[in-house]
Design a protein around this ligand. Structure first.
Ligand code: NAD
Length: 525
């Protein structure tokens, strides 16, 4: 979904036109109005979103009132909320995983337990362990010589109030209840609008959150993209959005109208650099694992691979072999996740067809020679593309599926230049043991984060901030930085009893002291 100077377009713009099937019917026709003459007319989604906006504003008002009344929000109250969120996940993790699988068509139960349930529990525990330290006020220095007279400067991390969370479908729990842990650690209340594409999971999340939390603490609002748009126009104290770059722009515009600060966790094309010194067999395994997890529907998925020209065959063979070993069959293999909707599936098929038409070699990794055309399971095997160029959709958009283009370089400088010509990616991966080359790649490129000798893994380091840069995101959470992101850093300066203004010549009428002080400061560094 990169929009760069070369006419690149938004991958996800197309699928936001609306809900499909039963979900759309339920939302569009649930409410109707009676017109003159007694004829019933269904309310449109815009009208429903307007109605829902009033409901959301009322929840926001109640949350802010409760927040204000409860200040100072004690650390024990915050801890209790995080523990309740953890209990929700422990008690209902399996149920949530089943809902996610139903939403996707099939989603590996174990993979869901790892990526959405246990990782979110782990992050909650990490917050519990560190929040006392994060919340401590910091002593800062005062300007000389004020400290000598008893002046004090202190920084307090205070809660912001009510934080909105707009989350996507690809990791529906990790990306909603995950940030919630740190938002609550910072002492905030939260309203969550999960994705309309994972409707069953969103409904279950709403039900469970209502069971474990008072509405004044945490509330979940479900609904269409129009409801999401209305949600992004609420007067929150902070708004966290995770999703596509195109929607991120709209969210930032809507939040900007109210001067609501935002954290935007977006996407992009995360490159893999395979250095000549890489262990190709191991790299192939790790790349295939990262690319096929959640069927490639991961913001940090290795998007394309850049390999030395003379090692291309070895690189392709190693990824292919690893995919083979992990998924000997695909169609009936519960370990392998489906593409989330027909529309997303069709988009990936179009992307592969477009690459083939424009001259790419298409390698489908289909170890058991299964017939994918005769099923509607939306399972797609790993598809490697060779001989790609920038005219192909696959090199213009974030892929977000199990398609892996391979580019080649004679000299790693070419790969560095290519990455720098395009939008700054969310992740960047380097494989190799050549420390000089590794540093050359890291120091001459910019990306949200980096994993060396693997892919994606930096996101699972709770203590490292996670976020993008420019088109791949603004701000970050996880680590101590996440606590700060959801806090207001409030400066508190305490003036000593002594008349400092007079002493420093700040108070008119100005005289020699003032002039001397100015002269003392007017020196080059
Ligand atoms: P999306 O942008 O289509 O939707 C995300 C959320 O935005 C959904 O909840 C949706 O209801 C809401 N939304 C839709 N229209 C809106 C509008 N006009 N105003 C406000 N909100 C609106 O993204 P998606 O398809 O759900 O997720 C895929 C994208 O998310 C990919 O680009 C991926 O890279 C990115 N992503 C990023 C991260 C990260 O942490 N950086 C994580 C996961 C996914």
């Amino acid at each position: 979904m990169l929009q760069c100077g070369k006419g690149k377009q938004d991958t996800f713009a197309g699928h936001k036109a609306g809900l499909r099937g039963a979900a759309a019917t339920a939302l569009v026709f649930r409410v109707s109005i009676v017109e003159n003459g007694g004829k019933e007319k269904p309310l449109g989604r815009e009208q429903m979103a307007e109605d829902k906006k009033a409901e959301m504003e009322a929840i926001l008002r109640r949350q802010r009132e409760a927040f204000t009344a409860a200040r100072p929000e004690s650390l024990s109250a915050r801890r209790d909320r995080i523990k309740r969120a953890i209990a929700l996940l422990v008690d209902h993790g399996d149920e949530l995983a089943r809902a996610m699988s139903a939403d996707f068509g099939n989603r590996s139960h174990e993979a869901t337990m790892l990526t959405d349930i246990t990782s979110t529990i782990g992050f909650g525990k990490y917050c519990l362990k560190h929040m006392d330290k994060w919340a401590k006020p910091e002593k800062r220095s005062t300007r000389f010589p004020l400290g000598l007279f008893g002046a004090k400067a202190e920084l307090r991390y205070e809660p912001k109030g009510v934080v909105g969370i707009l989350s996507p479908w690809n990791f529906p729990i990790n990306l909603s209840l995950g940030p919630l842990m740190q938002i609550m650690a910072a002492g905030n209340r939260a309203m969550i609008k999960p994705s309309e594409f994972t409707e069953k999971t969103s409904e279950l999340t709403a039900e469970l959150v209502a069971k474990y939390f008072a509405e004044e603490e945490v509330a979940v609002i479900t609904g269409s993209p129009e409801v999401a748009a209305a949600f992004s126009s609420l007067q929150f104290d902070h708004l966290l959005f995770t999703g596509s770059t195109a929607t991120g722009r709209k969210v930032m515009e809507a939040a900007g109208r109210n001067l609501v600060p935002v954290t935007l966790e977006l996407g992009g094309k995360s490159p893999v650099f395979l250095g000549r010194s890489a262990n190709f067999e191991q790299a192939g395994e790790r790349i295939a694992m990262g690319k096929m997890l959640n069927a490639g529907q991961i913001c940090l998925a290795p998007d394309y691979m850049y390999v030395p020209e003379d090692k291309e065959q070895t690189a392709v063979d190693s990824v292919r072999q690893a995919a083979h070993n992990m998924y000997p069959t695909i169609l009936d293999n519960d370990d392998y996740t489906s593409v989330v909707t027909d529309r997303h599936f069709d988009r990936l098929q179009t992307m592969v067809a477009d690459a083939r038409d424009k001259g790419a070699e298409v390698i489908e990794v289909n170890p058991a020679n299964e017939d994918f055309s005769s099923t509607n399971a939306r399972k797609m095997p790993l598809t490697i593309l060779r001989n790609v160029n920038d005219d192909m959709m696959a090199m213009q958009e974030e892929i977000f599926g199990p398609v892996l283009p391979v580019k080649t370089y004679k000299n790693v400088d070419e790969a560095i230049a290519y990455v720098n010509e395009n939008d700054r990616p969310l992740g960047l991966y380097y494989f190799g043991s050549d420390a000089g080359e590794r540093e050359q790649v890291l120091q001459r490129t910019i990306s949200g984060g980096v994993t060396v000798n693997d892919v994606i893994m930096h996101i699972s380091m709770d203590d490292l901030p996670f976020g993008g840069v420019g088109p791949s995101g603004i701000g970050s959470y996880h680590g101590p930085e996440g606590f700060k992101e959801f806090s207001h850093a409030r400066s508190v300066y305490t003036q000593p009893k002594m008349d400092i203004a007079k002493l420093a010549g700040l108070k008119p009428p100005f005289g020699n002291t003032t002039r001397k002080n100015i002269a003392r400061e007017m020196k080059k560094a």
